[in-house]
Design a protein around this ligand. Structure first.
Ligand code: G3P
Length: 219
């Protein structure tokens, strides 16, 4: 299972990368705005700075909602760095754009997936990744994890090469369940990745080991 970090914050990306378990980054216009990144030049420079930290797979989202605009933006984003994956929303024009970008050899991440039908469309169009938003489904009393299970099953049944990128992950149990269900990728905030480290018995056990060592050494 690949781990992506869902942020545009460079310090957080660096911290996750330094942990040695980071496979990529996802951003969206809200996450870029949160970092105060605005204007075309600043946005391009920020994507480049992210690409310079990680090894591959940096999702950069288009803002256009028409086919021509998405194609133009997608090509421009892909030129920033070969690590860029163009993120395209699940709308009619987006499906056409994914098909086109795929034919041009540009990797895509189809975002805002909330149903199995949308995931099938994205896979048929040739999306590299689909991003089902599990937390936002849970927020409205739908089972986000059930959607992951459904998409994984459908993709396996038909041999689709599109990878299931579980997004909108809110806590460590989401991540662990996604791993159990066979999601190819999980994108999460830094606190979810580092949250996997925590267990009180680990802390207690380590404290005991160190205390016993110090006692035996006469300290
Ligand atoms: O990047 C897309 C997704 O992960 C957003 O998550 O927490 O805003 O629902 P959230």
């Amino acid at each position: 299972m690949k781990f992506f970090i869902d942020t545009a914050n460079l310090a957080e990306i660096q911290e996750a990368y330094d942990l040695g378990v980071l496979d990529g980054v996802t951003t969206n216009p809200s996450l870029m705005a949160k970092e105060g990144i605005t204007g075309e030049d600043q946005i391009r420079a920020h994507y480049k700075a992210i690409c310079d930290i990680v090894d591959d797979k940096v999702s950069a989202e288009v803002i256009s909602t028409d086919f021509e605009g998405m194609i133009r933006e997608g090509k421009e984003l892909a030129k920033i760095d070969e690590k860029i994956v163009v993120k395209v929303p699940m709308i009619k024009e987006g499906v056409k754009a994914i098909k086109y970008l795929h034919s041009e050899g540009i990797r895509t991440n189809c975002t805002l997936i909330f149903s199995a039908g949308q995931a099938i469309l994205a896979a048929k169009a040739g999306a590299t990744y689909v991003s089902p938003f599990i937390g936002r489904l849970d927020d409205i009393s739908f089972d986000g994890l059930e959607l992951i299970e459904q998409i994984v099953h459908i993709y396996q049944t038909y041999g689709f090469s599109t990878e299931v990128l579980a997004a909108s992950i809110r806590h460590t149990m989401h991540l662990i369940k996604c791993a159990e269900l066979g999601a190819d990728v999980a994108t999460c905030p830094l606190k979810v990745i580092t949250g996997l480290l925590n267990h009180p018995l680990t802390d207690k056990g380590l404290a005991q080991f160190l205390a016993d060592h110090a006692k035996a050494a006469g300290k």
